[in-house]
Design a protein around this ligand. Structure first.
Ligand SMILES: [Zn+2]
Ligand SMILES: [Zn+2]
Length: 345
């Protein structure tokens, strides 16, 4: 089968590999019908994910059809359409039982798929702990509607959940890339008084204004003063930082009112400084990533009810054999791209 593979730092290539096999009684084999490219794939390509294993098939955002299951798998069966979770988790250890599945104690716990074990930019993918890693897609939900459930939408949902948003709150979301927009959609479900999105790209600003006209949009340079004017208590009640630059991290805590919650979803290339003397007395609560991706069933239900729609994010489509071109467009942000769907993976 065709599998897009991490060869070495800076190099991915489409390779011919054997079809994966069930290795454990809790595994499932999934025929990938639709996949996507995530910014984290680019992080692997450029060497900023040291635990990524050269030779693995990349890709961790996908939906497909169950082809085969191990003897201990109970929640899905061959023929089921499923979303695949970016995270591998056992469901039984201390962290899993508390919903902290990102820290599952299994050696492959957390983000393994398409990083430490073969992922889904391929025709088939083996999913460990299939009862946890797969969710059945409701009949009326399409592959396109479900494509982001296991990764960026799970991230946005988790970010909104842990941010303790109340109806009277002003919520600031920094960054309107794909994960930022997924976060926005999930914050909207909490109906806070005001949502402000901070973004510098003109294209992304236009996308937010066009699709979510009720949301206020501001550029980074004016963000702090704008948020101050739009808030009752001198800053945002909740800040969710999804952009991942040095500037955006600083902006996040500066735009927060005293005693606010600052949720840091972003993955940074470099360490960030918490200047505690400057923020002394502000009494902020920081919450940090990565995602505990255990809300996929609920997210699928919300999609089926028409409450979440991420299909406008899919701006481009390519067949698997043209995945190089898809990466080129995604990586260089060409042609107004937000997300690329890879068909018939
Ligand atoms: Zn991802
Ligand atoms: Zn576990």
């Amino acid at each position: 089968m065709l599998a897009y593979t991490y060869l070495e730092q800076g190099r991915f290539a489409l390779c011919e590999k054997p079809k994966p096999q069930i290795q454990d009684s809790r595994d499932a084999l999934v025929r990938v019908t639709l996949g996507s490219i995530c910014t984290s794939d680019l992080h692997i390509k450029h060497g900023s994910v040291p635990r990524a294993v050269p030779g693995i098939t990349v890709g961790h955002e996908m939906v497909g059809v169950v082809e085969q299951v191990g003897s201990d798998v109970v929640s899905v069966k061959p023929g089921d359409r499923v979303t695949v979770n970016v995270e591998t988790f056992c469901g039984h250890c201390f962290f899993c039982r508390h919903g902290y599945v990102n820290n599952c104690e299994d050696p492959n716990g957390g983000w393994a798929l398409g990083c430490r074990i073969d992922g889904g930019q391929a025709e088939y993918v083996r999913v460990p702990y299939a009862d946890q890693g797969l969710n059945r897609i409701p009949d009326k939900v399409t592959d396109e509607q479900a494509l982001f459930v296991g990764d960026i939408l799970a991230t946005g949902f988790w970010a909104a959940r842990i941010s303790e948003i109340k109806p009277e709150d002003t919520v600031l979301i920094i960054g309107a890339g794909p994960t930022g927009i997924c976060t926005l959609l999930c914050v909207m479900l909490k109906h806070p008084r005001r949502i402000i999105v901070c973004e510098k790209s003109e294209e992304r600003i236009r996308f937010v204004q066009e699709h979510y006209p009720e949301v206020l949009v501001v550029e980074p340079d004016n963000c702090q003063s704008f948020v101050g004017e739009q808030s009752e208590h001198g800053g945002a009640d909740v800040v969710i930082e999804v952009a991942g630059s040095d500037d955006s991290f600083t902006l996040a805590w500066k735009c927060a009112r005293p005693n606010a919650i600052v949720t840091v979803v972003a993955l940074y290339d470099r360490p960030q400084v918490l200047p505690l003397p400057d923020m002394y007395g502000k009494n902020l609560t920081f919450k940090t990533g990565g995602v505990d991706g255990c809300d996929c069933a609920e997210i699928l239900r919300l999609i089926a009810e028409g409450k979440i729609d991420t299909t406008p994010l899919i701006t481009h489509r390519f067949p698997l054999r043209e995945i190089e071109e898809a990466y080129h467009i995604f990586e260089n942000r060409k042609d107004g791209v937000i997300k690329v769907a890879i068909e018939g993976c």
